[in-house]
Each structure stands twice: as C-alpha cells, then as structure tokens.
Design a protein around this ligand. Sequence first.
Ligand code: UTP
Length: 273
Amino acid sequence: MIKKCLFPAAGYGTRFLPATKSMPKEMMPIVNKPLIEYGVDEAIQAGMTDMCIVTGRGKHSLMDHFDKNYELEHQISGTSKEALLDNIREVIDSANFTYIRQREMKGLGHAILTGKHLVGDEPFAVVLADDLCINKEQGVLAQMAALYKQFRCSIVAVEEVPADETHKYGVIAGESLTDNLMRVTDMVEKPEQGTAPSNLAIIGRYILTPDIFDILENTEPGKGGEVQITDALLEQAKNGCVLAYKFKGTRFDCGSVEGFIEATNYCYENIYK
Ligand code: UTP
C-alpha cells in the first residue's frame, strides 16, 4: 500500500502573475475549492494518509488551509454555511500533513529530492496540483496505486497531446504491454518541435520507488538549467523498469490560463451545481 503522497508546490507560478505574486498557485480556487485540495482528495481516495508538501517562501496559506481556523469555525458554527467546511474538515481529520521548504527553486526533480526527508525509504505518489484530474468512478491516483500493487515499479501517467504541444511536456516512447500500459524505453523533457519520440506526454501524477532519490542526487541540471524528474526517470527506466499509464479521466492544465478556465467551467457545471 502506498501511504505517502508528495506535493511539489514551491514553484513561482509565473504564468499566473500577478495573482501568484503573494498567493501560491496551488491555492487558486477552481470554483470554491483550492487546486491542492482536489489533489489531496484524490490521494485520500487512493488510500493515502500522509500528505507531504514541498513549499517555498510565501506559501504559508497552504499550511493554514490544512489546519483548523477556530475563529471562523466558531463564527459559522450552527449556521447554513457550516456545510461548506465539510470536505476540508474531513480531509484534515483523515490525513497527516508535513511540510518542507525548498530553499532554491531548482526544478521539479530537485523539489522531489527535497521531499526525501518527508518520504523516507518507501514508494510514494507525486501530485502536481496544477494538473487537475477528474474521473467519476476511480481517481487517477487510485488507478495508479492499483497498478503499483501488481508491478512494483515507478509509473508515470501519460496522455496523448497534439503534436504541436509536445514541446511543453516530458514525452515518452515505450513498448506496449496492454492497451493502456507501456514499458518506457525513452523519455525527453520538452523536446524541440518535430523531435518528440511520440505524442504521449507525462502529466502531473507519478508513483515512484524510493531509489529515485539516489538517482536524483546524481542528476545534473538538464533542460532550462533545472533538475528534471524526466532525466532521473529515464535513468531508472534504463536500469530497471518504468511504466507509462494512459489513465482514465479528464485532465485540466490549470497552470495555464486556458486550462484553468476550462476546469472552472467543467467543475461548475458537473460538480458544484
Ligand atoms: P511548473 O513549471 O508547472 O510550475 O512546475 P511553476 O514553475 O510554478 O509555473 P510557471 O511555469 O512559472 O507558471 C511543475 C510543478 O513543480 C513544482 C511547481 O510548484 C509545480 O507544482 N516546482 C517546480 C517546485 O516545487 N519546485 C521547483 O523548483 C519547480
């Protein structure tokens, strides 16, 4: 069973400036719920109990969100608005939250390595909260946790994207095992236009085995001068096995303005109303 879920949330969120100047991108609400709470809901649904959050300067509101606010609770106690706190209360009661600060933003790989102190020596999930994944029957992490039980190796969630968008993602090549599962043979971070090994892009859901930390410790900065998780995963794939899973569900790239608006409209129509 995977118990721990790591949330790298130290990035600057520059695509959403000025909103993200003093507010973490992960706290931006889709309708009335912050992005990170959707991610935590998904982890809890997958049976995970320990939420390990990598934060940075100016991200205090993330910690406050997953804590009690006695004044507010007292104020709305017994009123009709109390029900609005039901989900977050349940989340706080059913999971542990730990935090570590990434002092310098050296990339996603470095953020994951920073989380080593919270995760320890066990397999863990990673959620990038700005990728909002929705699937009514079973969340994407739950789908991946079930696969992990069977295969016991790192798994990345992938999605087909248009060829002219592959340069925004880590892109994989692989050998098919089943209709929706592949063994990764190659991985490239943000390939130049026209050079991607496929149109299968890695999205913000991973299950990682803990040997990834040793690999990350020796991974040099790659694309954009950042330590890339893609480079570490390719190393892991070469020495052992990494799977790529075409998940069931819909993903919204809430790190972009267009994706954020689409997610808002979708959640308003299908969840909130
Ligand atoms: P992104 O590149 O999507 O996030 O990183 P960003 O850098 O915050 O956004 P923009 O591009 O400037 O708008 C993917 C994830 O990795 C985290 C981010 O918080 C996001 O969840 N991250 C990235 C870190 O935690 N630390 C880093 O050094 C870099």
